[in-house]
Ligand binder design. Sequence first.
Ligand SMILES: Nc1nc2c(ncn2[C@@H]2O[C@H](COP(=O)(O)OP(=O)(O)OP(=O)(O)O)[C@@H](O)[C@H]2O)c(=O)[nH]1
Ligand SMILES: [Mg+2]
Length: 364
Amino acid sequence: MNKGNPFRSIYVPESSDKLLDLAFKKALRGSAPGGLKLSIIKKRKSVAITRIKIFSEVLQDKLIKIVKSFPSAESLHPFYKSIMSIWLSIDEYKKRLAKIQGAVRVIKQIERDYVIRIRSIRKRDDENLGAFLSRIDRLKKEAYGRISSVVKSLNKDLMTLVELVKKMKKLPDYNPDLITIVVTGPPNSGKSSFVRKVSNAKVEVAAYPFTTKNVTFGHIKLGINGLVNILVQIADTPGLFDRPIDKRKEPELLALNAIKFIADIIIFLFDGSVEAVMDVKEQIAVYKTVRSFFKSKDIHNLIIAINKVDIGDDKLIEAILQKMRSEKIDCYLISVLENYNIDTLLDKIREQVKKLIGKASNKI
Ligand SMILES: Nc1nc2c(ncn2[C@@H]2O[C@H](COP(=O)(O)OP(=O)(O)OP(=O)(O)O)[C@@H](O)[C@H]2O)c(=O)[nH]1
Ligand SMILES: [Mg+2]
């Protein structure tokens, strides 16, 4: 499996019109090889054939480059694959790339047909030279026209891929070889503040919900006994509301995909403050959604903390603690702002990372 975002270095498609413009310009520069020595008829044929070939080859090259630069659906990590299908189904993705690939074959065939037709066209006895030369030019134009309509018919597919690439490029570079911690929770609970505090991620923090719209990675070097400086990646994710999946907005779907496909460890941050956007019921409902992604044997990889205890709402905090006690799950009280208990939480993360590494090396 490849590392990093497979859409990062993609050759971004251009519109059909842009591709055609470029091909026309290049074709216009094509002249007849050995032109000076040729008869006027041979020269006209040779120019027409050269230009059709250049026109067709420029387009074929561009289209092949586009298709080749896109990762095959099969090679995509489930994280990218499932996020891609928020915007374009895997089936559509394959179909659009296959259509472009198919168009390359059609263009090649049109080129061949017209080259043969121009080569074999003969001047009729009753035809004057001017009329004959026009017939050659007409065939050339016809070839341009037919190839152009094939390329124009791809415009929707090309533009769909452009839009997809724009979105996919914004996703982080996921490295499947590293342990991944995903930070989640309700909106405004301090997820980005936490990720910024403990890692090198430059994520935005603001005093309103839904600041984070994308999944972003930072990295932390964790000094673990006997295993010095283990590098782990930590993902900041958009806040989750309590609502059914079909009502969820795009950022929430991105967050859920991170939880589902890349999280080895999850840190769930409740907002325990008097300013919390959600009441306790809603926050617990969000917690339950996240919890549902864990099989009970892996539940220890879900680490729970209540943030913002510096401006804590005692009733809210107590209600969350009670719920966690009933599930026999530890719950840390922290304040990212005041750096309260952050080291304790990091110790817990170290402990879990150590266990995961131990498990992985047992398998080898
Ligand atoms: N008082 C207090 N404020 C905090 C604490 N942690 C974060 N904040 C503030 O809470 C607000 C939201 O913080 P963010 O880190 O952007 O929260 P988030 O969970 O990433 O928010 P979304 O991305 O919108 O879901 C900011 O104004 C932070 O400064 C804390 O421990 N105590
Ligand atoms: Mg955020």
